[in-house]
Design a protein around this ligand. Structure first.
Ligand code: SF4
Length: 365
């Protein structure tokens, strides 16, 4: 019999499954607490369950996390893990420590369909959506690495989670939603909804749901202030142009000055970094409680763009700031371990290809 991974099952689904196994609903809470509060990896050690219940669970389920296939640490403390799933597919997870918080950047897909031209992940074809177990598993692996069990109340290595890794999370909404409900469950991993940010390149019809159903923070991968340019940088714009995207932002549930939308804007030399661009940007987002993250472009091999000059970035930031918006320039982190999002995966694919080719050469020789 094929066993099911118990990680990533929603509470509702687990309650139904347990009931079919003849287990009362309170067992769900007990098991949930072991899995997500204590990070337990074996039914055997769940000592408030009878032997009979433990055996029953072990017959039906496994407790599985992704495997760390490679890990890199930057001099600035950033850590990056390439995680391998059951079928051999891989995705990246990055931990960025800061003075007042620790942010885990997780992936929602293997590869991406959206081909944003400044993004290295966009050069890799979409392989598949990650399951809820694989999305939650990224957080659990990081917690294992930091020994952060049981879930601490404060002072956490992982206080914030951003869905800004590989993939477009709103193209994998169902699994992402299940995963977020597990991550924010107060009796388990207990992450604050406000400290989870989903970044989308603009899948307009799903944006409202994201606010209503999940109540998490929203970031928009904006990068351009007119449709012509955004069509080039973020081709999804052809389907959901700026006007529709900004309208969806204006209607995002529960927006306030304390709960602002983050607009991400990658600074590309001579492409989107002029004074006119900055002025257009503040006009475009007028009336939306927002902050703008200016991201110096991180070049990757054969990338068609260069990073804007420091002067252009500060002139741009100044205009945005004067218009009343926070406009932090994101400090590049972990530059020594990666040049861009998606690089670790490409590197591992390259190494595996080289290995396969040299093995093939040996066979042929
Ligand atoms: S920026 Fe995001 S949506 Fe665009 S190609 Fe990269 S991973 Fe995909």
């Amino acid at each position: 019999m094929i066993k099911i991974n118990i990680i990533g099952q929603s509470r509702e689904s687990l309650t139904n499954q347990f009931s079919e196994l003849g287990l009362p609903a309170f067992r769900v809470q007990q098991v949930w607490n072991w899995l997500y509060h204590h990070g337990m990896r074996s039914f055997e050690l769940m000592n408030n369950l009878s032997n009979e219940v433990r055996t029953k669970l072990a017959e039906q389920y496994v407790i599985e996390r992704p495997m760390v296939s490679s890990a890199q640490a930057s001099v600035d403390g950033t850590q990056k893990w390439l995680l391998r799933f059951d079928d051999g597919q891989e995705a990246e997870t990055v931990h960025i420590p800061e003075v007042d918080r620790g942010t885990l950047c997780i992936s929602s897909q293997v590869g991406c369909t959206l081909t944003c031209t400044f993004c290295h992940t966009g050069t890799q074809m979409l392989v598949r959506n990650l399951t809820a177990a694989e999305i939650v598993g990224q957080v659990m692996v990081a917690r294992d690495i930091f020994g952060e069990w049981p879930t601490p109340f404060g002072n956490r290595h992982i206080s914030n989670v951003v869905l800004m890794g590989m993939g477009e999370p709103l193209y994998n909404y169902e699994n992402v939603a299940t995963a977020i409900k597990i991550l924010t469950d107060e009796k388990g991993l207990c992450l604050s909804r406000r400290k989870i940010t989903l970044s989308t390149s603009g899948v307009v019809p799903m944006i409202e749901n994201c606010g209503k159903e999940l109540g998490i923070s929203l970031a928009i991968s904006l990068h351009a202030t007119n449709d012509d340019l955004r069509n080039q940088l973020v081709p999804l714009n052809k389907k959901y142009p700026l006007k529709d995207l900004l309208e969806a932002c204006r209607n995002y549930p529960n927006l306030s000055n304390a709960r602002r939308i983050t607009f991400e804007y990658v600074m590309l030399k001579g492409v989107n970094d002029s004074v006119a661009d900055a002025k257009r940007l503040v006009q475009l987002i007028k009336g939306i409680p927002a902050k703008i993250n200016l991201i110096p472009f991180n070049p990757w091999p054969n990338s068609p763009y260069e990073c804007s000059t420091p002067q252009a970035i500060s002139a741009f930031a100044e205009i945005v700031y004067r218009a009343g918006y926070a406009s932090p320039v994101r400090t590049p982190r972990g530059r020594d371990i990666l040049a861009a999002c998606g690089q670790l995966k490409s590197e591992s694919v390259r190494k595996r290809k080289t290995k396969i080719c040299s093995e093939a050469d040996e066979v042929a020789a």
